[in-house]
Ligand binder design. Structure first.
Ligand SMILES: Cc1cc2nc3c(=O)[nH]c(=O)nc-3n(C[C@H](O)[C@H](O)[C@H](O)COP(=O)(O)O)c2cc1C
Length: 214
């Protein structure tokens, strides 16, 4: 495997320039620009991100999720709230988010606190889901050990029937979280490894910006 890995290329570019002096005052604005660039560049699933949490023993955990929204409060994601990540966040709301857009050689890292959105926002998110996704979410057993595939099929079929009778149903376990960052780093890769890094830190008076060594 070592030789196979050595043959693989990474960060070959060409990549966009990143003039950190022109960066906006708020990280959200720069993030929106970079996400739109990723969409335009045809990056597959540019709204996917890694959410890192810590469990009750302080051990890290991470998984890929979809970014559902971005507003003045922060970065939104939705999930079954009673699963592992929901329980971890309830015990310790400190989380990290990581995005990577390979075609542009760009990474964004955020660290902050995950808070629950308002119930009406959570409900609206659930109601916007496709019927199949609603049925699976209503099962609400994400990450439990599955005894047999038949159990899953039966549970989903049961929830489909419930949804037909009550189309407005919202899974009580559904959760919409908002990550409010206190630190956001924008990393623009360079094929010569002279990467450009800009970190925003939230201070009382607003965001400060600092460049980091590659
Ligand atoms: C591209 C992609 C998108 C995903 N989006 C979500 C999502 O938005 N919400 C979610 O709960 N799980 C999503 N998952 C599944 C999670 O990675 C994970 O398996 C699941 O949430 C269970 O995580 P947990 O056991 O740590 O709670 C996604 C996985 C992939 C690969």
């Amino acid at each position: 495997m070592k030789d196979e890995l050595r043959l693989l290329k990474s960060l070959t570019g060409p990549f966009p320039a990143f003039d950190t002096d022109l960066a906006p005052d708020e990280p959200r604005e720069l993030f929106s620009d970079w996400l739109r660039d990723a969409i335009e560049a045809g990056v597959k699933e540019p709204h996917s991100m890694v959410l890192s949490t810590v469990d009750e023993n302080g051990a890290p955990d991470a998984r890929v999720l979809i970014l559902k929204n971005l507003d003045h409060r922060g970065w939104h994601f939705a999930t079954t709230g009673n699963g592992p990540k929901g329980r971890q966040i309830a015990l310790n709301p400190s989380v990290a988010l990581s995005f990577y857009w390979p075609a542009l050689g760009r990474q964004v890292r955020l660290r902050g606190m995950a808070l629950q959105a308002e119930v009406h926002e959570r409900d609206a998110d659930f109601r916007a889901r496709a019927p199949g996704a609603k049925a699976v979410a209503l099962v609400a057993r994400q990450s439990e050990v599955l005894g047999s595939p038949r159990d899953l099929e039966d549970a989903i079929a049961h929830q489909y029937r419930r949804l037909q009778e009550e189309p407005d149903l919202v899974a009580p376990s559904w959760a919409l979280f908002i990550v409010m960052p206190h630190e956001v780093e924008f990393w623009q890769g360079d094929s010569e490894r002279r990467h450009h890094r800009l970190r925003y830190k939230r201070e009382k008076a607003g965001w400060i910006r600092e460049q980091l060594w590659p």
